[in-house]
Design a protein around this ligand. Structure first.
Ligand code: FMN
Ligand code: 173
Length: 387
């Protein structure tokens, strides 16, 4: 049975009869403003921020704005099925939670809250290598929920193997390898406040918990946390990685592998030629290359080139149900939600994440139906008009 995500609408109206309001806004585009009022300036600047002038953060949104949905009438779309199959896994909706590091900077429960919210909805979470809680703790909080692991590919092979082992043993089913963040971009929001969470020892549990990494240190992370972090940072970003090293991951990861941060069609082809199972077309939410093309603008060409050979996922700029419709119509099988759920986490912990995700999914369900589409298979470039 398809989950009727649009039911959140009725639930909210009916709760209103008992004078109960939703925890905060149901409009994900207003979350940034709410977060600005409530988060500490360091964490807020970090989450909202982008590379350089912010041109690519803005471009990601402008790209969505150039596409409009063309609704169809009198179709059989009264009840929808948002079900999707990604990497052979069936999902109740084509939305995953993007890997976001150091979530404890916005809420003490961090990734544990995100894991619980995702599990409650049956939505797949992607856990960052830069998680504030250990791989094992997040897996426990996620319970029977579906989960993937995002790798920042360490330069040290023993550390990589250790992390992959732990993720597999903890029930993470797919590996998402992020390629676009082998160093951090020039990020004026963070630089102006001299704020970088993990260098302050906030938020990243992996360096402190991983036995293979600990074995490399002269002093334990408990004795000298700064030295541990300073050794971790250059190692875990994968500066020495090249295309010909992908077989190493195949050797040490028994499951599907997805490359995240693909923006050029030739890189998408290389991923496919390397036997990857999927890609995430993404510019990291505009946080890495200022002036980079909007991720959505590259999606149609990439989907046309490799969409029949691997699963094309998308992120960077998804805010509303309509945005999900647009990305799917342009060739994505599923999308990753980024900043909106992080704002939800900061505003309301587990319930806040749940509220944001339910809002996006309800909006998606209703927008899909009202535009005349019953399933995701009904979406195509023909659903949209470029304006
Ligand atoms: C605060 C923050 C931390 C992030 N940390 C990671 C990370 O650890 N690993 C990763 O692959 N992507 C990371 N990302 C990128 C997201 O996975 C995703 O690509 C991006 O948020 C999508 O853009 P959007 O938030 O504008 O939708 C981070 C993004 C933000 C906002
Ligand atoms: O800030 C980011 O975008 C990001 O990807 C990251 C990198 C290292 C640690 C935490 C998050």
């Amino acid at each position: 049975m398809a989950v009727q995500f649009g039911g959140y609408q009725n639930e909210i109206y009916l709760q209103g009869l008992g004078d109960k309001l939703p925890p905060f806004t149901t409009d994900p585009t207003r979350l940034e403003g709410l977060a600005r009022e409530t988060f500490d300036p360091g964490p807020f600047g970090y989450v909202v921020g982008g590379a350089g002038s912010g041109a690519t953060v803005a471009a990601n949104r402008e790209a969505f704005d150039r596409w409009r949905i063309v609704p169809r009438m009198l179709t059989d779309a009264t009840t929808r099925d948002l079900g999707a199959t990604v990497l052979g896994q069936s999902m109740p909706a084509p939305v995953l939670l993007a890997p976001v590091g150091v979530q404890s900077i916005v809420h003490p429960d961090g990734e544990l809250a995100t894991a619980r919210a995702a599990a409650a909805l049956g939505i797949t979470m992607v856990l960052s290598t830069a998680s504030s809680h250990t791989i094992e703790e997040v897996a426990e909080a996620n319970g029977d929920g579906p989960r993937w692991y995002q790798l920042y590919w360490p330069n040290d092979n023993d550390v990589t193997i250790s992390i992959l082992h732990r993720a597999k043993a903890a029930g993470f089913s797919a590996l998402v390898v992020t390629l676009d963040t082998w160093t951090l971009a020039w990020r004026p929001n963070d630089l102006d406040q001299a704020y970088l969470p993990f260098i302050r020892g906030i938020g990243n549990a992996v360096p402190f918990s991983d036995p293979a990494f600990r074995a490399l240190l002269a002093k334990s992370p408990e004795e000298d946390p700064t030295a541990a972090i300073l050794q971790w940072i250059p190692m875990f970003t994968g500066t020495d990685k090249r295309w010909d090293q992908l077989p190493f991951l195949r050797e040490h990861w028994d499951g599907p592998i997805v490359l995240k941060g693909i923006q050029h069609v030739d890189d998408a082809r290389r991923a496919s030629d390397a036997g990857m199972d999927g890609i995430v077309v993404s510019n990291h939410g505009g946080r890495q290359v200022d002036g980079a093309v909007a991720a959505l603008d590259m999606l149609p060409e990439i989907a046309a080139a490799v969409g029949d050979r691997l699963d094309v996922l998308f992120d960077s700029g998804i805010r509303t149900g309509a945005d999900v419709v647009k990305a799917l119509a342009l060739g994505a099988k599923a999308v990753l939600l980024g900043r909106p759920y992080v704002y939800g986490l900061g505003l309301g912990g587990e319930d806040g994440v749940r509220h944001v995700v339910r809002s996006v999914l309800a909006d998606l369900d209703l927008t899909l139906g009202l535009s005349g589409n019953r399933t995701l298979a009904d979406l195509s470039p023909d659903t949209l008009r470029r304006t």
